[in-house]
Design a protein around this ligand. Sequence first.
Ligand SMILES: Cc1cc2nc3c(=O)[nH]c(=O)nc-3n(C[C@H](O)[C@H](O)[C@H](O)COP(=O)(O)OP(=O)(O)OC[C@H]3O[C@@H](n4cnc5c(N)ncnc54)[C@H](O)[C@@H]3O)c2cc1C
Length: 439
Amino acid sequence: MQQITSLPADDAQCGWYHLSPKRQPRQAPVGDISAPWVIIGAGYTGLAAARQLALNFPDQEIVLVDAQEVGFGTAGRNAGFAIDLPHDIGADDYIGDLDTANTNLKLNLMGQNVLRRIVEEQQIECQLRACGKYQAAVEDKGVAVLDAYRRGLDKLGQPYEVIEAQDLPAHIGTSFYRKALFTPGTILVQPSALVKGLADTLPANVTLYENTAITEVDYGSKVTLTHRYGQIIANKLILANNAFGMRFGFLERTMLPIFLYASLSRQLTEEEQERLGGKPFWGVIPADPYGSTVRRTVDNRILMRNSFSFNPDGRPKSECIPTAKKRHRESFDRRFPMLPDVGFEYTWSGSLAISKNHEGFFGQLGPNVYGALCCNGLGITRGTVTGTLLADWVAGKSGELTEHLLASPGPNKLPPQPFLSMGVNATLWWGQRCAGMES
Ligand SMILES: Cc1cc2nc3c(=O)[nH]c(=O)nc-3n(C[C@H](O)[C@H](O)[C@H](O)COP(=O)(O)OP(=O)(O)OC[C@H]3O[C@@H](n4cnc5c(N)ncnc54)[C@H](O)[C@@H]3O)c2cc1C
């Protein structure tokens, strides 16, 4: 019997969660139940795996469990960029090996298509807009990143538009940036509304249990999962719980739970929208990975995302929120001096799973245990496609994309504590310091 030594416990301040439609969470089962398939984690990966598994095994019950309410966890608290293009931060031109980049592009496009199809078919109200994204720079090294990525996009044959400083206000209102690379393929969403909608439109043979933290696991000919009100006995288990997968005895010391912070402003008045100018909604990602992500949402709010912390237990640190909010304010004021009175209504944190080699895990973990884990920061498209393909693979279906995922070496081993925390904290501190005006 293995105790799960840390459980998700996100803060209650996520703006996307509070502003998305209210729904009744499906409570934990009382007493013991059994099912052929159990999936742990109802984020993008688990929701996609459950939906596809239900299609592949229409006569079997698929149980999907999450420790929190759907839309409350990381899947509902991200910046909402469903990104198509690969971005290999280890390569000079951010594209690197062309075959790998092309396969990653296909994976991301498949993830986007899966999401878009469900949203359209099920009429999920999640502010989905296929409006592309701007990658913007303000310092010399940021501009150099954009130039290098442009070379990579040429190599990959993907379209982009270079937008110079004087033209940027017509796009995004602010004249803060020196240059941007607009790529048309990104889709923006309200992430909490999206995952709530995905959960409420699952096939009839999926049973969802929310607020059902798995606290113990026993691996045998069947997998026994213990929660507060009883046990769930599974013939086969799929782990779709990102860095918390390590707590289930697999991939130990391979994934880093890195916390990111975001703030969402109040709605802009019509007069403030006039003052801001630019397009009615857009998304900017920074040239420097430690910089700020910014969005103007469909309902006329501004999202600011920057600041990082390493929380090894995967749980938030409430003391970091005021510092992050202060940084968000400074970053907002630099970009939007024309909106001095626009305050933030919400500030929250959420965790990513990052590996040192930027690889995720996909495949079999044990005799009757499978997993799609370690989002590396791009879970909206990646989680969706890996969850879908894993559900196909366990049903005996495979293709070029699945083979590519199976061939990955997976996330590599990290140093032990205390060296790990010392190294990660120093890297985050230095990265944020060097981001300068990009943050
Ligand atoms: C501020 C922020 C901004 C981001 N921006 C973007 C972005 O713009 N685009 C993008 O693609 N990605 C972004 N991300 C990353 C993205 O949110 C993740 O990659 C994505 O949520 C991963 O999806 P997942 O389904 O694999 O895992 P998760 O969404 O982490 O879901 C795992 C689930 O497992 C559950 N769980 C864990 N342990 C247990 C247990 N013991 N029992 C039961 N349930 C358990 C958790 O409650 C959780 O709901 C961002 C993240 C943050 C925090």
